[in-house]
Design a protein around this ligand. Structure first.
Ligand code: GLN
Length: 452
C-alpha cells in the first residue's frame, strides 16, 4: 500500500486523481493484514483500486469532475464501491474524468486534463487518455493501481482502455447497480472494471455485479464466476464480423489489427462469419439525441439547493440563483448537452427527434438480435484511431465520431469489452472490441482472453 501511495504521489503530473485518499488506503491495508493473519482473505483483500469520481464514496468528495459538485461529500456509498470494499479492495483515491462523464478525451474535466502516460515514438506531444474514464485508464496503465472502476454510457470504459493498452468491460445493462453513481443517461449508464488484463477484469466484475433493490433496472439474476470461465478455448464459437463497421476510409492500421484479431480467434478454434447490422449508421445520431435528452433531465437536480455550489448574486431571486449557479457550475460541454437535450425534448420537436431516436434505437437492438442468430460474439475495432493529442479534436462533432464503434452496443444494452491487441506504427496501444449477447459476459471475456 505504501508503495502504491508513493506511486500515486509521484505521478501527479498525469492528473489522474482528483482526490488522493492515502488514509483510506492505509486503513484498508491494516484491515487486509488482519484478515490475512486470520486466514480470512476475500477475493480482493488488499487490492489497490482507483475509483472513478462518478461513484459516491461515503465521506470522500465526489464531484463528477464538475464545479457544481465541488465540495460535495456524500453520506452514502455507491452499491458497486461498497461491494468492492466488502470484498477487501483498498481505495487509493478518486479518479479524474470528463465532466459528468461527457467526453471522449478527458478534456472536459473542471479539474484539468488527464495526461496519458503514453507518447508516440519520436514525439513529446502529450496525448489524451481517452474518455470519459481517462483517470481510470491512466492510473491503471501507469501501474498506480491494480484496477479501477469505470462507467460506460457510450464507450467510456472501452475507448480509454484501448487508448492506454489495458482491458475494460462494460457489462450488460443492469448487471451492475447504478445506485450511487452520478447519473448521465440512465438508460445507457453502466459501471464496469478497467484493469491490466482480462482475468483481472473478470475478478473485479464479479465483485461489482449483482442485484440491488435500490436500482429498479438492476437484474435479479445469478452472477457467474467470470474468472472460472476463462479457458481461451473457442472451439464451436462463431465470431461475427459486422460489415457496416468496415467504414469507408478506415485507418489501414486499424483494419489490419482487426484482421489479425480474427486470425487469433480462429487459432483459438473459432469460426468467422460475416454479419450485417444495417442500422449502424444511425447509431451515433441516435445516441447523441437519447444521451443528451436523459442528461438534461438528470442534471436538472443541480439547482444550487440540493448539492454543492450555490451562486447568489446580490438581491437575486430564486430563478436568478438557479441560473447563476448553473452558469458557473457546469462546463461548456455539459451546457451543450443540456441545450441539445432540452431542445429534442421540447414540445415542438419531441416527435421529430426523441420519439424518432427511440424507434431507431429499437431497430439497432433488433439488428444485434438478428446477428446473434448467426454468431455468438462480434469482433470490431474499439476506436477508429489511436490516442490523439490535446486540442486535436476541437470540433465537438469530430469528437463524437470517435465513438462510432462503441455506441451501438450501448444503445442495445449489450456486454462489450476492449482488449489490448497491438501497437500503432508509432508505438501507441490499439484495442479490439468484443460484443456479446445480453448477459453473455462470459463469452465476451473468454474471446477477449483468447486475443490478449
Ligand atoms: N464519449 C461519449 C459521450 O461523450 C461516451 C461517454 C460515456 O460513455 N460516458 O457521450
Amino acid at each position: 500500500t505504501d508503495s502504491h501511495i508513493a506511486a500515486v504521489e509521484s505521478a501527479r503530473a498525469l492528473n489522474a486523481f482528483i482526490v488522493e485518499t492515502p488514509d483510506h488506503a492505509r486503513a484498508g491495508a491494516t484491515a487486509a493484514d488482519a484478515a490475512l493473519a486470520k486466514g480470512e482473505a476475500k477475493p480482493l483483500t488488499g487490492i489497490p483500486l482507483g475509483i472513478k469520481d462518478l461513484f459516491a464514496t461515503q465521506g470522500v468528495q465526489t464531484t463528477a469532475a464538475s464545479k457544481i459538485l465541488e465540495g460535495f461529500v456524500p453520506q452514502y456509498e455507491s452499491t458497486v464501491t461498497s461491494q468492492l470494499f466488502a470484498d477487501g479492495a483498498v481505495m487509493l483515491g478518486k479518479l479524474n474524468l470528463d465532466q459528468f462523464a461527457m467526453g471522449s478525451s478527458n478534456e472536459t474535466s473542471a479539474f484539468g486534463n488527464v495526461i496519458s502516460p503514453w507518447r508516440a515514438e519520436g514525439s513529446n506531444r502529450q496525448l489524451v487518455p481517452g474518455g470519459s474514464s481517462g483517470g481510470s485508464a491512466a492510473a491503471v496503465s501507469a501501474r498506480l493501481v491494480a484496477g479501477a472502476t469505470g462507467t460506460d454510457t457510450g464507450g467510456s470504459i472501452r475507448q480509454p482502455a484501448a487508448f492506454v493498452g489495458i482491458a475494460g468491460i462494460k457489462p450488460t445493462y443492469g448487471r451492475c447497480s447504478r445506485w450511487g453513481v452520478v447519473a448521465f443517461a440512465s438508460s445507457l449508464d453502466q459501471a464496469g472494471p478497467m484493469a491490466r488484463d482480462v482475468r483481472d477484469c473478470a475478478i473485479l466484475l464479479k465483485s461489482m455485479s449483482g442485484y440491488d433493490p435500490k436500482d429498479s433496472t438492476s437484474l435479479n439474476l445469478p452472477v457467474p464466476d467470470f474468472e472460472a470461465a476463462l479457458t481461451g478455448d473457442l472451439r464451436g464459437v462463431r465470431v461475427g464480423v459486422p460489415k457496416e463497421y468496415r467504414l469507408e476510409g478506415l485507418d489501414p492500421t486499424i483494419d489490419a489489427l482487426w484482421t489479425q484479431g480474427l486470425a487469433w480467434l480462429k487459432d483459438a478454434g473459432a469460426t468467422i462469419v460475416d454479419v450485417s447490422l444495417p442500422h449502424t449508421k444511425y447509431a451515433l445520431p441516435t445516441y447523441y439525441i437519447v444521451a443528451p435528452a436523459e442528461a438534461s433531465s438528470n442534471l436538472a437536480r443541480y439547482d444550487g439547493v440540493r448539492y454543492g455550489l450555490r451562486v447568489t448574486p446580490d438581491g437575486a431571486s430564486l430563478a436568478e440563483m438557479y441560473s447563476a449557479t448553473r452558469a458557473a457550475g457546469f462546463g461548456a460541454e455539459v451546457k451543450r448537452r443540456i441545450m441539445i437535450g432540452t431542445y429534442v425534448l421540447s414540445a415542438g420537436f419531441y416527435d421529430a427527434y426523441y420519439t424518432q431516436a427511440q424507434k431507431v434505437r429499437t431497430l439497432i437492438s433488433r439488428d444485434f438480435t438478428e446477428a446473434f442468430e448467426k454468431c455468438d460474439v462480434l469482433l470490431t475495432p474499439t476506436a477508429p484511431s489511436a490516442a490523439f493529442a490535446f486540442g486535436d479534436k476541437a470540433d465537438p462533432l469530430e469528437m463524437y465520431l470517435n465513438d462510432v464503434f462503441t455506441v451501438p452496443s450501448s444503445l442495445a444494452g449489450l456486454p462489450a469489452m476492449s482488449v489490448p491487441a497491438g501497437l500503432s506504427p508509432t508505438g501507441l496501444p490499439l484495442g479490439l472490441q468484443l460484443i456479446g449477447r445480453a448477459l453473455d459476459e462470459v463469452g465476451v471475456l473468454n474471446a477477449g482472453y483468447a486475443i490478449e
